[in-house]
Design a protein around this ligand. Structure first.
Ligand code: CA
Ligand code: CA
Ligand code: CA
Length: 317
């Protein structure tokens, strides 16, 4: 069972806001200090503990941090004032980058607290605990998140790092506390917008997009007989009409009724057509060969007599 399924079980489907999830990734790039010990005969031996929490008041702590905290790193950086950690995947046993899953961002800002301890043979010495408040964009998802370079410095201790924060898949808002996963089942028929709000698919309505839209009651069919179905509808069109809503008159010219090279013209609002025939063809569909004798035409023009034609069918003329 994945975490989303667990959340569904805990909070149910009807609750629009659930305990969402996001991530804070911190990639430590370098550390430096100016610490010498044993009468300045050698440099200090730093070990680290990291903490991510909501901003802390008073004395900084690296345990009980409400996002996450690490154990103390191992004593692997002996006698040094500078560590380049950019390409280290382990900082004395601590993963780098450090990726922390959060159950919703509680406040807009997050505090990174780092404690540095000098390893010694007998008692380790506290060197520095310092913090940086991070007011970062919480990106909608990991793929579109952007690392930001940051620096924290106090009493000659400096850490350079980069950080990014983002919501996990299907979680929305800057707190990553709103869950929306597109569905097309009896639980709902919807997609999600950029704010994590449900957008019902066509034919569905209601807050969970589980209710069928009665398109017949809404008069979707322009003419014909309407039949409502779950998530859809159909229109049984009268003769000569077509389209999802029977709103289109069929084009009678589509069936190419004009023969022998005739051109078809459809009526704008009725299912009728006329054919403009090529010379020597006539009839409703230009189906008849009409031979016009020259002398008859001459009489016609001069005498205004009703034209006489000799009609015959090709090739009998
Ligand atoms: Ca030392
Ligand atoms: Ca030491
Ligand atoms: Ca319907």
């Amino acid at each position: 069972m994945n975490s989303n399924a667990e959340l569904k079980v805990i909070y149910g489907n009807s609750c629009p806001t659930v305990g969402g999830t996001g991530h804070i990734d911190v990639h430590f790039l370098e550390y430096s200090d100016t610490c010498w010990e044993d009468l300045n005969t050698n440099r200090c031996d730093p070990m680290f503990t990291f903490c991510l929490s909501t901003p802390q008041k008073g004395r900084l702590k690296v345990d009980n941090c409400n996002y996450d905290s690490t154990a103390q790193s191992a004593d692997v950086f002996g006698n040094t004032n500078y560590i380049n950690t950019e390409h280290l995947t382990s900082i004395g046993g601590l993963k780098n980058p450090w990726s922390v899953q959060v159950q919703k961002f509680i406040e807009p800002s997050v505090m990174l607290v780092v404690q540095v301890i000098d390893a010694d043979y007998i008692d380790d010495d506290h060197m520095q605990t310092f913090a940086k408040t991070l007011t970062e964009t919480v990106w909608p998802d990991k793929e579109h998140s952007i690392w930001e370079n940051r620096i924290m410095s106090q009493n000659s201790h400096t850490i350079k790092f980069k950080v990014r924060m983002y919501c996990d898949p299907y979680y929305y808002t800057s707190a990553c506390d709103k869950y929306c996963k597109p569905d097309d089942s009896s639980s709902g028929h919807f997609t999600c917008d950029a704010n994590g709000d449900k957008i019902c698919m066509p034919g569905w309505q209601g807050s969970q997009c589980t209710e069928d839209t009665d398109e017949c009651a809404l008069g979707f069919c322009v003419r014909g007989t309407c039949k409502n179905t779950p998530g859809d509808y159909s229109c049984d069109c009268p003769e000569h009409y077509t389209g999802k809503n029977c709103s289109y008159l069929k084009n009678p010219c589509q069936e190419q009724p004009c023969l022998n090279g005739g051109t078809c013209f459809a009526h704008a609002t009725e299912h009728v057509y006329i054919c403009q025939c090529m010379p020597n063809w006539e009839g409703i569909n230009c189906q008849m060969f009409a031979l016009r004798l020259p002398w008859k035409n001459h009489v016609n023009i001069v005498g205004s007599v009703t034209p006489t034609r000799i009609l015959t069918r090709y090739p009998q003329y």
